[in-house]
Design a binder for this molecule. Sequence first.
Ligand SMILES: [Zn+2]
Length: 419
Amino acid sequence: MSGENDCTTPITLRARHVLPMAADPIENGWVRIQRGRIAAIGRGQPSGPVADLGDAIILPALVNAHTHLEFSDLDRPLSTGGGLPVWIERVVAMRRSRAASGTDEAARLRAAVASGLEESAAAGVTAIGEIATAVHPLTTHAGPLVRVFRETLGLSPAATRVARSALLRDLDQMNGEGACTGISPHAPYSVAESLGRQVVGEAVRRRLPVMMHLAESRDEAELLATGGGAFRTLLEQLGAWQPDALPRLLPVADWITLLARAPRGVVVHGTFLPEDQAALSRLARHRDRLCVVVCPRTTLALSGRLPPVEAFRAAGIRVAIGTDSRASNPDLSVLAECRALVEGGVVSPREALTMATTQGAWALAFERRCGLLASGRFADLVILRPASRHADPSEAVLDPATQVAATLRRGRVIAGALP
Ligand SMILES: [Zn+2]
């Protein structure tokens, strides 16, 4: 079987478990694929030729709702000791030393993104929420679908002018190349209010989703409340904080109101949102268009705690899951992120898989493209091979010994192989 099943001949995959996510798990189930879409889903013995996957599990392909693929060439994460401002200092130092070393940054970036896409496909992912600081080198159309959120930041009037024009230029180029895009004001400590209002206005005009790191650390809250602390020191060191032109920064609650103007908005992390009731209740009020993406292993490494998923769920807010980058995380495995939440007692295996599929698709405004298995939908799915039997198929999916056998996007194998 070549995997070239986006032709007119249907293929039917049979497996011990099919988890459509939009409906209850099906034991002894099957999925029929034709022309890249799901033609039917059923239980028992399907008619016609069948590829029998045995004890396998078929799940909607995973969605990595937040990452930065530019760091996918790192063998191991940068040290996360000391918290977020210190880690950011290390990222900036790495970027500066690369620039000084004279390496071909465009070539390195292309290779890093290609490696991240390949690693993602091998981990069962077909859709990615990617943060990019320039035009994204989409190296392949055969891999996962990427929504590129062009990141922007700037505090001084001069920096915000440069940032805004670079953002518009890059969005025009990427949209001209047919990329799915979005806009990402970086964070409340790095984006002046004026720039934030301009770029969210641009997202409204272009009908693009937005994504922003919010309430990620206590240092962020301190800067916004007092104008001081570790972020102030860092920004001064970087030359981004000029005493003669103090930037106007927005509190997190006001950012949430601003993001809610866009057609879809994603709050990344939100680790300390439960300590800011005004912000949390505003997020709950706008839950028809805003959601949260948590990155459990990165949050644990940088903040010493797991994300407050219970607080978001109690407020009725959708929660998706992401890996963040290999600058803070050892790999791009969405299933490993799910495991971190389940092992921490934060969610059930089934809830974690909902975050990694349907909720992730919604976060990226891809809910019509992926995230669940149903007739008529694109055949974006992952086939998993458990090492042992489990009564609960969601538990089997999250068993660390379970292997990804194949990842299909629109019915085509983009990683692994069918039998
Ligand atoms: Zn991030």
